[in-house]
Design a protein around this ligand. Structure first.
Ligand SMILES: [Zn+2]
Ligand SMILES: [Zn+2]
Length: 112
């Protein structure tokens, strides 16, 4: 089984889309540009948030595969909130192991 070229799995619902950015807006109401960018990068494998603690209130999960944890264990949250959790995890990587150079943070971006 091969995915059509250009199709990537949505990290929030697991379905494949060609235009993920608009899917995030229309399907998951992720209106925050930074969060959308993070989700797109996660979907394409440019960012992995595996060994990062979960930032959901009251949740002490801290193990590998945070992305799966958020998707599977926080179904009580809206997808927009799950997107926020993943974005939070990316912004506070305590054990990021898959972040490749070339992420379009842009030169001159604020350090830290
Ligand atoms: Zn989706
Ligand atoms: Zn959690």
């Amino acid at each position: 089984m091969t995915l059509t070229k250009g199709m990537v799995d949505c990290p929030l619902c697991g379905r494949a889309y060609a235009a993920l950015a608009s899917h995030f807006i229309r399907g998951h109401h992720v209106v925050n540009l930074a969060e959308r960018a993070i989700l797109c990068n996660m979907a394409t494998g440019r960012i992995l948030i595996r060994a990062t603690p979960c930032s959901a209130a009251g949740c002490s999960y801290h193990s590998s595969r945070l992305d799966k944890h958020i998707t599977n264990s926080h179904q009580e949250l809206t997808t927009a909130l799950r997107a926020r959790l993943m974005a939070d995890a990316k912004q506070h990587p305590s054990g990021a192991d898959g972040q490749l150079p070339g992420y379009r943070g842009g030169r001159g971006a604020r350090p830290g």
